[in-house]
Design a protein around this ligand. Structure first.
Ligand code: HEC
Length: 140
């Protein structure tokens, strides 16, 4: 007979897999808005200094996929998903500062990872300001 721990770990494993599948079900890909995130206010003024700081983080963490000018044409772009063009009119994940903030903080997929362990909130808001400075001037 198999030791009980093998059976138990098999059960635990399969449970955690179905939990993952469920997580992904809850967040289907595609255009959607995030009402909670929309309410977040950008506390960092969009001035030259914050845009310059945001640009530094962008070059370091984002340009490899989103491209040097944010057009989604970075050299790592073929690694998996298609990096979003950050300069076009389309914001699949929502276009307010708060929504862009949450996308960067929490991530959306295995390609677009969460950056909350690598960037402070302040740095993420600075990134939002930078992305805005190169993108369409849509709602805030
Ligand atoms: C490994 C590649 C990769 C890296 C690195 C990466 N992204 Fe992404 N990003 C993606 C992909 C792929 C998508 C589109 C998939 C999705 O929406 O889930 C995306 C989507 C986005 C979106 C949503 C755009 C929209 O239209 O709604 C934003 C904003 C964004 N990324 C910002 C950033 C920022 C800022 C960084 C750096 C901190 C970054 N990304 C780093 C791959 C990447």
């Amino acid at each position: 007979m198999r030791p009980i721990w093998i059976t138990l770990s098999a059960v635990v494993l399969s449970l955690s897999f179905s939990a993952r599948a469920f997580e992904q079900e809850k967040h289907p890909p595609g255009p959607h808005r995030h009402p909670e995130a929309q309410k977040l206010k950008n506390p960092i003024p969009s001035d030259e200094a914050s845009i310059a700081e945001g640009r530094k983080s962008y070059v370091r963490y984002c340009a490899s996929c989103h491209g040097p000018a944010g057009k989604g044409d970075g050299s790592m772009a073929l690694a998996g998903g298609t990096p979003a063009n950050l300069t076009d009119e389309t914001w699949d994940q929502g276009s307010s500062d708060g929504e862009i903030f949450v996308v960067i903080r929490d991530g959306t997929s295995s390609d677009m990872e969460a950056y909350k362990d690598r960037l402070t909130d302040k740095q993420i808001w600075q990134l939002v300001n930078y992305i805005r400075s190169i993108g369409p001037k849509s709602e805030r």
